[in-house]
Design a protein around this ligand. Structure first.
Ligand code: CTP
Ligand code: CA
Length: 226
């Protein structure tokens, strides 16, 4: 495998990664968000850069340092993430590891909402764009390999199989994020790789860095030109 690419199997490729949560403002001081440390997405960006790829990392708010050798685009909301992803195309491989907020507050107030005798304000929500599905279903500039993640707390594999069909992506990396799994914010991850043909591969529990390196090696194999 080291071969003529000298251990840089993704040399000449552009890999796009999303990572971290999105923050959806309610008012100037409050937001709605998912739990996500960004560790897995950032590790994938770092591993891809180490494998020789040009990497664009579109990241929501995280406390992690920028991975070396990676172009980082910082955004806050799902709509900003979609715009940044579209602006980064074309890409050879796109990996959607971000924990995007599925909904955002339907209205955004410019002024801080105050407590008052009328009680808590109603929080009406509206659906955010699905970035993975939008990119996977593009006709122009669809990355040849589109990889989604599936964060599930129950029936991980069944939900992930349904998700790959619904989203139109080529591969899903599914993981159990139930409280008992310790994945959220932790350094280790147990993942299942699910292919469009229904194929299933379960990897042993590994450090998130090791999951990233193994995934990047797999993506390089899948996109290798003979
Ligand atoms: N995703 C995305 N944009 C969204 C929601 C999800 O790009 N608005 C991506 C995630 O980055 C991940 C994949 O879609 O790669 C699956 O996310 P997940 O939250 O597991 O799936 P959903 O389709 O949102 O379904 P649900 O949350 O109801 O399980
Ligand atoms: Ca979701």
């Amino acid at each position: 495998l080291a071969g003529r690419d000298g251990g840089k199997p993704l040399a000449g490729r552009h890999l796009l990664v999303t990572s971290g949560p999105t923050h959806e403002p309610i008012d100037p001081v409050r937001y709605l968000a998912n739990r996500s440390s960004g560790k897995q997405g950032h590790a994938i960006a770092a591993a891809a850069a180490a494998a020789g790829a040009r990497v664009t990392l579109v990241s929501g708010p995280v406390t992690l340092p920028d991975p070396p050798g990676v172009t980082v685009v910082r955004i806050e909301t799902a709509r900003e993430m979609l715009a940044a992803v579209e602006a980064a195309l074309p890409a050879d491989i796109a990996v959607f590891a971000a924990a995007v907020a599925d909904w955002r507050p339907a209205t955004l107030t410019d002024e801080k909402i105050k407590k008052g005798p009328e009680g808590p304000p109603p929080l009406a929500l509206t659906e955010n764009p699905d970035i993975l599905a939008t990119i996977a279903r593009r006709t122009a500039d669809r990355p040849p390999l589109v990889v989604g993640f599936a964060a599930e707390t129950t029936d991980v594999i069944a939900h992930a199989r349904a998700k790959i069909a619904r989203k139109g992506c080529d591969l899903i990396v599914a993981n159990d994020v139930s409280a008992a799994s310790g994945v959220m914010g932790g350094d280790r991850n147990t993942v299942h790789l699910i292919g469009r043909d229904g194929s299933l591969e379960t990897w042993p529990t590994l450090a998130k860095d090791a999951v990233a390196r193994r995934l990047v090696a797999r993506l390089a194999e899948m996109t290798a030109t003979p």
